[in-house]
Design a protein around this ligand. Sequence first.
Ligand SMILES: Nc1ncnc2c1ncn2[C@@H]1O[C@H](COP(=O)(O)OP(=O)(O)OP(=O)(O)O)[C@@H](O)[C@H]1O
Ligand SMILES: [Mg+2]
Length: 302
Amino acid sequence: MRPVVKIEHLTKTFKGKKAVDDVSFSVHQGEVVAILGPNGAGKTTTILMMLGLLNPTAGSAQLFGQDTKTKEVRERIGVMLQEVSLMDGLKVKEILRLFRSYYPNPLPLETLLKITGLGESDLKRRVEKLSGGQKRRVAFALALAGNPDLLFFDEPTVGMDIAARKSFWENIQHLKKQGKTILFSTHYLQEADDIADRIILFQNGVIKADGTPDDMKRQLTKQSVSFLTKDVLPKKFFLQEPFVSDCFVKDGRMVILTDDTDAVLAKIYAEQLEVRDIRVEKGRLEEAFEQLMDQERDGDVV
Ligand SMILES: Nc1ncnc2c1ncn2[C@@H]1O[C@H](COP(=O)(O)OP(=O)(O)OP(=O)(O)O)[C@@H](O)[C@H]1O
Ligand SMILES: [Mg+2]
């Protein structure tokens, strides 16, 4: 199947500094992808290049197999940028009407109001008089106005209160069920883990990791099985197994680092080892993410 988003060797240099450095990935229909990374990682720059709003220094971006600037592509995408800028002077109702008129099959106004939680009374208000959170609701409505197949959200929940955030993600789940393809950027690992099928982790303009939240846990975290034992076991006993990456004694416990804790347990039972107090530790993604960021700060690039 042809990818909905395809970017190849995308690079952007600002004043000699690479903000995005040779980034390539594809996204397929129905995927919900989180672009996760700290401030300045290159998330917004990548999204703007994908949308054709910023010219790449090198590389290319295609949406639906076409140049991102074509009318056919424009009609099939919805976008909510990090900096929400609405047309001052217009009432909410007018701006929604205007945006709906750009698309061949816009969503009915009532549907947009229902999804975004905007009320009838909001429609009469001028956009510049809205609060930050209300502006986000309008921006969300504008992103959905054309009933797009592909949606981009750059840090959508910043500035939303807890209720608005919850309702936003419920809407995203609903859009996913309809088969929409969704890309969103976030600093929040929890959001990425909860919502996305796939996380692309950005750091310093490059992709550090790409996979399902579970893949990411496996890539970034160490899982272990540890236990107490009276027998003296040679390290080789475990190290000879392909699924064991290390084996050592810590605080009187034998610790086996592995990417398959079930296989380690199976071996313990199969060999009928006399062990007690078995503990299985699955690495937490949160820890792994922090670890990765710390390593970067310490200059120890993974
Ligand atoms: N127009 C610009 N001119 C010069 N430098 C820029 C410009 N836009 C972005 N940068 C730089 O490029 C790098 C990546 O910025 P970008 O906005 O893509 O990061 P981000 O991951 O979206 O960060 P945040 O989480 O803060 O939104 C940063 O170092 C930033 O200072
Ligand atoms: Mg950004």
